[in-house]
Design a binder for this molecule. Structure first.
Ligand code: ATP
Length: 342
């Protein structure tokens, strides 16, 4: 691994914000730290950046122990959520700032600034001030400033969350493109699962100061390890084992050994097949048309299930339906949170 934070613990008074957390980033890898508000993502990023001190554990870049190295000597680039550009400097001065304090010759700075402005697609912005740019443009400049010094690692703390949906989508694909082009190992904090699924080579899913699961986006979506992950990433129908046993025992075929209470069935909405049937076992409760698909909620003996349909067939509230859940589309996940907890 390229960068590793190993057995990291961080306390604020008696509160444990990070409890023995280990994460790593491989060479050139794009890693997302994903989890709900307050789970410790930003704290972990700040410890890796050197903006806060760890209580236990260490941070290493290959063999080099960075645990006590000040932030400015780690050689990392950082982009924060809010536009952190210097308001009284031009865009060119902002981008060149890191190079200037490293005593880079002015002509080299100018050349690098021009190159970076091309890279972030704002070639005309050099002489403007941050206040003259939109939020999305400012974040591109913040990105250019972070990569100007050829950082050993790029750290992104919710860089897209202050932007509106359209700009966020555009900048998301540009960040992805840029990161692949430059190959800078990147760690991004986000609470947005869609963003993590779209960008990451590897997702580290956190909850309450611990790592719950690490894997590729496909792993976390298709093989969530626990109920928390299944619930947090994508939409899931989660059904207690006892109810499956009673209503549709064929789904139990794929269940691991163990107590009923240890597992719940996770069935994704796109894996349930709906069919109109006057004597069907379920009833349509609501239908939402979402353009490219319909989201249908059905009252089924398994519980209230969410189903996504893409066909031409439309459903009405109150209509009786039958549903099929292919056995292999039912994933059994460890029940790490009690019913009703978030
Ligand atoms: P968000 O997405 O809301 O920023 P997060 O996952 O990044 O959430 P952190 O900011 O890392 O969460 O905070 C983790 C926990 O540590 C929270 O409960 C927070 O209140 C607490 N915390 C963070 N910084 C401090 C601090 N300086 N003093 C005391 N508690 C803190």
């Amino acid at each position: 691994m390229y960068l590793t934070a190993r057995n990291v613990t961080k306390r604020f008074g008696s509160f444990i914000a990070l409890d023995n957390v280990t994460v790593s980033i491989g060479p050139g890898e794009f890693v997302c730290l994903l989890g709900p508000s307050g789970c410790g993502k930003t704290t972990l990023l700040r410890l890796i950046a050197g903006l806060a001190d760890l209580d236990e554990g260490d941070i290493r870049l290959k063999e080099e122990d960075l645990s006590r190295t000040p932030a400015r000597k780690r050689g990392f680039g950082i982009v924060f959520q809010s536009y952190s550009l210097f308001p009284n400097m031009t865009i060119a001065e902002n981008i060149g700032y890191g190079l200037k304090i490293r005593n880079t010759p002015a002509a080299d700075i100018a050349a690098r600034v021009t190159e970076l402005l091309e890279l972030v697609k704002l070639p005309q912005a050099a002489d403007k001030f941050p206040g003259q740019l939109s939020g999305g443009q400012q974040q591109r400049i913040a990105l250019a400033r972070a990569i100007a010094v050829e950082p050993r690692v790029l750290l992104l703390d919710e860089p897209l969350s202050a932007l509106d949906a359209k700009v966020r989508g555009e900048l998301r694909s540009e960040i992805s493109h840029l990161q692949r082009q430059l190959g800078i190992p990147t760690l991004m904090v986000t609470h947005d699962q869609e963003e993590a699924l779209a960008l990451a080579d590897k997702i580290i899913c956190m909850n309450q100061g611990t790592v719950v699961q690490t894997g590729s986006p496909e792993d976390l979506y298709n093989r969530p390890a626990t109920r928390f992950v299944a619930d947090f990433i994508g939409t899931s129908n989660l059904v207690e084992t006892a109810r499956v046993r009673e209503v549709q025992p064929d789904l139990l075929a794929t269940r691991p050994e163990g107590e009923d209470a240890a597992y719940v069935a996770c069935i994704r909405p796109e894996h349930i097949i709906l069919n109109p049937a006057a004597d069907g076992r379920a009833t349509v409760r609501s239908v939402s048309f979402l353009g490219n698909m319909c989201r249908v909620e059905v009252d089924d003996p398994l519980g209230l299930l969410t189903v996504e349909t893409h066909g031409a067939k439309s459903y009405r509230e109150g209509e009786a339906v039958d549903l099929t859940i292919p056995r292999e589309m039912c994933t059994w996940v460890a029940d790490d949170i009690s019913e009703g907890a978030s």
